[in-house]
Design a protein around this ligand. Structure first.
Ligand code: NAP
Length: 319
């Protein structure tokens, strides 16, 4: 019996590749020099895609694969997949929600503490042997008496809010609409929220709708005592405006797990002492990445075994 054939936009975790190799005939684009030639050759037989974002799965690629049925995305964010276009053609897109929520919220809160209390700088002070010369300076910032404005109070945003509540940090939020079952104060306007809070926690998806939503005006409203934490997507922040505000002191500090042009991080950011920079490690534990990988596999195998998937995205609900 011939196995369904899939295109892997990767490379992916070994546990994903092993399981997909067992269930499918897998075409790996990075093993050939010419992506377009590969797609031309395999286009008629490709029924599924597994992607870890090495290349976009855009409308043009989707349109070249006439027998494509399902796209399984590694990660909850699927801004590199044109899900609306896939949906319009009856092609399913799946992602990996929930299994990473607590891990990313932990990272976000850790990054917040690192930024507010300068923990990475304090550790550098110790490792540089400077402790015996004097204590690390008192931090000018603290979580005490602070309010956090969460941009994108979704699964991860709510898990961050719980951590903030436990630390007695006030929580408000901004999104496209007010959530009826949520008690935190809602702001329809991001600038209004930025003006009222000390910490802006961004955990919204990437893509055109959120491109540079955190712009110079928002950063200015956050102000010279303000702290920006971004664990959503780098594209949501105007990085140039952020750098200039951090340089001038118009913004107090930033903690970033995501960047506009990953894995490239601007030298200007690297040079700033008031920026804490992490290499997109929000969900990056073995425990959580294994759970995400298993979902990538189970969505694909489920589809070809029984036409059912576990976690379709909103744009492509299973009918
Ligand atoms: P989610 O449950 O779908 O939450 C997303 C939230 O963003 C929703 O509350 C939504 O609120 C809001 N939102 C969406 N589009 C918006 C827009 N155009 N303007 C304003 N708000 C908007 O997703 P999640 O599971 O929490 O994940 C959120 C994002 O985190 C992912 O998309 C991904 O980009 C990022 N992420 C990063 C890492 C990392 O390693 N750093 C790991 C996992 C996820 P409304 O619908 O009310 O507007």
């Amino acid at each position: 019996l011939s196995q369904p054939e899939i295109l892997m936009i990767g490379p992916m975790m070994q546990m994903i590749e092993d399981q997909l190799d067992a269930a499918f005939t897998v075409h790996r684009h990075w093993q050939v020099d010419d992506f377009d030639a590969l797609v031309d050759t395999v286009a008629p037989v490709i029924r599924g895609i597994a992607t870890s974002h090495a290349r976009p799965v855009d409308a043009a690629l989707i349109d070249r694969l006439p027998n494509l049925e399902v796209i399984s995305n590694f990660g909850v964010g699927y801004d590199t997949v044109d899900a609306a276009h896939a949906g319009s053609k009856g092609i399913l897109v799946t992602n990996t929600p929930d299994v990473l929520t607590e891990e990313v919220a932990d990272t976000a809160f850790g990054l917040l503490l690192m930024t507010v209390r300068e923990l990475s700088a304090a550790e550098r002070h110790l490792r540089a042997g400077k402790w015996s010369d004097g204590a690390y300076p008192l931090t000018r910032s603290s979580l005490r008496d602070r309010t956090m404005g969460i941009l994108g109070l979704g699964r991860i945003g709510k898990a961050i809010a719980r951590r903030a509540e436990a630390s007695e940090v006030g929580v408000v939020y901004c999104g496209r609409s007010q959530q009826p079952d949520v008690d935190y104060r809602y702001y329809a306007d991001l600038v209004d929220m930025a003006r009222d809070v000390d910490i802006l926690m961004s955990v919204i998806p990437g893509g055109a709708a959120t491109q540079h939503i955190i712009n110079a005006e928002v950063i200015e409203a956050l102000g010279p005592q303000g702290i920006l934490i971004n664990v959503g997507r780098g594209s949501a922040v105007d990085e140039k405006a952020l750098i200039s505000a951090l340089q001038s002191g118009a913004l107090f500090a930033a903690g970033l797990d995501v960047f506009e042009h990953e894995p490239s991080v601007p030298d200007e950011l690297m040079a700033l002492n008031n920026a804490v920079l992490l290499p997109h490690v929000g969900s990056a534990s073995v425990h959580t990445r294994d759970a995400m990988g298993q979902l990538v596999v189970d969505n694909l195998t489920g589809w070809f075994a029984s036409k059912s998937v576990l976690t379709p995205v909103a744009e492509t609900p299973v009918s």
